[in-house]
Design a protein around this ligand. Structure first.
Ligand SMILES: [Mg+2]
Length: 210
């Protein structure tokens, strides 16, 4: 055993609300019903994101400003990053979100984390999103593959998530902290998961089970 690794979702997990949804709703580019439907297990988050943002006429500045003023962070996140760095615990983020809002978020917190986000480009009338890391797979399978990769390397994995597309990764992980829809899905399927309240709990858990 080489110890622990940590893999986390971003939207609604590291942030308290899904930043993509929040942006779309706030600026009127999507309604609640459309957002709600995107959380069906049958919908691919990456397809929803591409479609939803295609008509979202937002500039980089507007998005960065939104992140600075409106996006709230899960307690203990920054401390957890520092804890992982100090303790040699590899930490990475696998997300269906995009660099346009993730970059200003990490700048705000003054941390750098290994991460996989969609690439967003402001084009005429909207935002074009691509997922270079999803060549032959989908987001849900990709997240699970990052967990499996650490396990093959001999580590146990803590996984953090909140959405239906986090379910596959949660099934594989050795310890799960779940919020929102993921917590509900885990309970329905008897997948052991602790409610994700603060990242501090995970740090304490890793310390205790090192
Ligand atoms: Mg999420």
């Amino acid at each position: 055993m080489k110890g622990w690794a940590a893999v986390s979702d971003f939207d609604g997990t590291i942030t308290l609300r899904d930043v993509g949804d929040h942006l779309l709703l706030h600026y009127g580019f999507a309604d609640r019903k459309t957002i709600e439907e995107s959380y069906s297990l049958k919908v691919k988050v990456e397809d929803f994101m591409k479609k939803a943002f295609a008509g979202a006429a937002l500039s980089e500045e507007v998005i960065a400003d939104f992140v600075r003023k409106k996006v709230r962070t899960r307690p203990g996140f920054r401390e957890f990053i520092l804890f992982c760095e100090a303790g040699g615990v590899p930490f990475e983020i696998a997300s269906g979100g995009v660099d346009l809002y993730a970059d200003p978020f990490f700048r705000k917190h003054g941390v750098e984390v290994k991460s996989f986000f969609g690439k967003a480009k402001v084009v005429k009338g909207g935002i074009r999103i691509t997922y270079p890391f999803l060549r032959r797979t989908n987001l849900s399978a990709f997240k699970a593959s990052r967990v499996a990769r650490f396990q093959r390397a001999g580590r146990k994995v803590v996984f953090f998530g909140d959405g239906p597309n986090d379910l596959k990764a949660a099934c594989l992980a050795d310890k799960v902290y779940a919020a929102g829809r993921l917590l509900k899905l885990c309970r329905e399927r008897n997948i052991p998961a602790e409610p994700l309240v603060s990242y501090a709990r995970a740090a304490a858990f890793i310390r205790k089970n090192a």
